[in-house]
Design a protein around this ligand. Structure first.
Ligand code: FES
Length: 110
């Protein structure tokens, strides 16, 4: 588990909303739960300074709370509204009940 960063417990992530996670020295990221899978994306909308973890989750997408742009939570692709740039997604895995991402991947995509 040396190269993994633990973000939160599975139980911390609501099924109908995101969870913002602040990591030192980088922009926040957001964790979403879609049924029994977890997805990690950059928390900041690519259209402006809004937190996607505060957005409305529906049908596998999250709606930005500022201008209602929608992103696919699994792929980060823009799907509706004024957004045209994908939000970055991070591969995640569950380790001992915690949502984790690779420290190496995080470093190489900053
Ligand atoms: S800031 Fe997210 S859609 Fe404009």
């Amino acid at each position: 588990m040396d190269n993994l960063i633990s973000l939160c417990a599975e139980a911390d992530v609501p099924s109908d909303a995101g969870l913002r996670v602040d990591l030192p020295g980088r922009p926040p990221i957001a964790v979403f739960r879609l049924e029994d899978t977890f997805h990690v994306v950059d928390d900041t909308c690519t259209h402006g300074l809004a937190s996607l973890s505060d957005g409305y989750v529906e049908d596998g997408t999250v709606e930005c709370p500022l201008h209602a742009g929608r992103f696919c939570i699994k792929t980060g692709a823009p799907v509706d509204g004024p957004v045209d740039t994908p939000v970055r997604v991070y591969p995640s895995q569950i380790v001992s009940g915690r949502v984790c991402i690779s420290n190496e991947f995080l470093r190489t995509t900053e």
